[in-house]
Design a protein. Structure first.
Length: 512
């Protein structure tokens, strides 16, 4: 069967919210300290302790929002420890991630400054697991109130007279596990109580994000939507792309499991793998389509007008940490496999832009599927970073309808679709097509047809690929893999013949 892509250029289905290209930064391993934040006295160029090269790199991909301070860390974080003069801030033990001492030098003020430097919307996740209603309520008052109060006086004493503007606020993280091991019903009751006292001050209106399910926990989505929907703006699903593990048995309450917190279970190497683990990761990335369809079907039942958004505020690949690094730091390398998996996941998110408001890949620097890895003053951009660079064309563009007929990629008797795609039209009347060929050693010839256009021309074409499945950038060779000019297409009247290399992501821009 020939691969065919037919695009309806007049079919604006939804706006692809730029927040879909969001990120996540937790106090975990070397994400904040030795990552984003090196401190004012560092010899590495910085602005009030925030690394300048990281800021520039993330601005280039138009980072739209940043989630902080966790993750599991959020449900052990006590915000008052992270304000005021640094020398007076009490240290804590980061019990969840490596048991190391956290000096609280990066706190609320530093986070807002980072977001301002990046031009990104702050997204703060509150502590439901081990905090109090009062603590959360006062944090929001401290950040957003413009009234005279003990919290705003404290903020002014700490150098910030005017309130910040904060839109995105999460009522807990993974409350079915590290955020309190709650059953769905119990969480919904707690969420409504915390949410009630998370006030809107002055003109600041919070966008309230409830802790959603993990993976296939449809029961959680059902119970949350049934009772909680009128009180929230979004629910947040978590899904990590991992190799399959037959030993997944440890069940927690309500169908949740502790699988991915268990360090004794191997998740496979990030760099040393054969086609078997390549296939498993591609299959796991494509599984997102199924998950989103099922969770949104439940949401549609309780909320047919789509008032509550779906957010995926943790996703990405999760492998064994790099040999010789602290297992509690979740530091992993990033290869072409991660890029193909990210391209596939982002295509799926784009195609569900009618429900998906935001996603946050885990985690921006030095943790899991990172954009950036650092080693002292050195910094490298990962293949996943380059996907975000290529896909930024979709930010705030109109999602277009398409039909894709494509061949299967078969491995060991199992088949998955070889090609996936998303298509959008921007304000400059350009159609951007991002195609992913997931087969590791099979090219894909695609005939693309846009019936409403007289002629198809291409004004920009890029490809990300490499000869090896595990091609990656290293500190010694930081430019091994990056997007290159793509010439594998021919336009003939109303059709475009595209010749994709194996294991590649292609961006084509078609003026219309
Ligand atoms: O991203 C790492 C961890 O994965 C987060 O802290 C937690 O929310 C999830 O389980």
């Amino acid at each position: 069967m020939a691969n065919q892509l037919i695009i309806n250029s007049a079919s604006a289905k939804a706006t692809i919210n730029r927040m879909i290209y969001g990120h996540f930064a937790e106090h975990l391993g070397r994400c904040i300290y030795d990552g984003f934040y090196v401190g004012e006295n560092s010899s590495i160029p910085n602005i009030h302790g925030i690394r300048s090269d990281i800021v520039s790199a993330l601005k280039k991909i138009k980072i739209p929002c940043l989630r902080w301070p966790g993750g599991c860390f959020a449900d052990e974080y006590h915000w008052m420890d992270g304000i005021g003069p640094k020398e007076h801030r009490p240290a804590m033990v980061n019990t969840h991630w490596g048991g190391i001492s956290e000096n609280n030098h990066f706190g609320t003020h530093e986070f807002f400054e980072l977001c301002e430097l990046l031009g990104a919307e702050p997204y703060i996740c509150g502590n439901v697991g081990s905090g109090t209603v009062r603590e959360m309520s006062e944090w929001i008052e401290y950040m957003t109130s413009d009234a005279q109060s003990p919290m705003t006086t404290l903020r002014a004493q700490n150098g910030k007279k005017e309130p910040w503007r904060l839109k995105y606020f999460g009522i807990g993280n993974e409350n079915w596990n590290c955020g309190g091991r709650m059953r769905a019903q119990y969480y919904v009751d707690e969420m409504m109580r915390y949410n009630l006292y998370a006030r809107d001050y002055g003109n600041n209106k919070l966008y309230r994000i409830a802790c959603g399910p993990r993976n296939e926990n449809y029961k959680w989505t059902k119970e949350l939507m049934e009772i909680g929907a009128p009180y929230i703006d979004a629910i947040a699903l978590h899904y990590y792309t991992r190799v399959a593990d037959p030993t997944r048995t440890t069940n927690l309450a309500d169908g949740n499991e502790q699988y991915y917190m268990d360090p004794s279970i191997s998740r496979g190497s990030a760099t040393d793998f054969a086609e078997d683990e390549w296939f498993q990761i591609m299959k796991a990335a494509l599984h997102l389509e199924h998950l989103i369809q099922k969770h949104t079907a439940i949401m549609d039942f309780y909320d047919p007008d789509k008032k509550v958004d779906l957010i995926i505020d943790e996703w990405g690949t999760w492998f064994d940490c790099e040999p010789g690094t602290n297992p509690g730091f979740l530091y992993q390398q990033n290869t072409l496999r991660d890029a193909i998996s990210a391209g596939t996941s982002l295509n799926i998110f784009n195609n569900h832009a009618d429900r998906i408001h935001m996603t946050n890949i885990a985690q921006t620097v030095n943790v899991l599927q990172a954009m950036i890895l650092t080693d002292g003053a050195k910094m490298l951009l990962t293949p996943t970073y380059h996907i975000y660079d290529m896909y930024q064309v979709h930010q705030d563009a109109q999602l277009l309808d398409f039909a894709l007929l494509c061949e299967d990629y078969t491995y060991n008797g199992q088949s998955i679709k070889q090609v996936n795609v998303s298509v959008s039209k921007n304000r400059d009347n350009q159609i951007n097509i991002t195609l992913v060929n997931i087969a590791p050693d099979q090219g894909a010839q695609i005939t693309c047809h846009i019936p409403d256009l007289e002629t198809l021309s291409v004004s920009n074409a890029l490809v990300l690929t490499a000869p090896q499945m595990n091609a990656r950038n290293t500190f010694e060779y930081p430019d091994t893999i990056y997007p290159q000019r793509f010439t594998g297409f021919k336009s003939a009247g109303q059709t475009l013949q595209i010749d994709m290399p194996s294991k590649s992501v292609v961006l084509l821009t078609v003026p219309c």
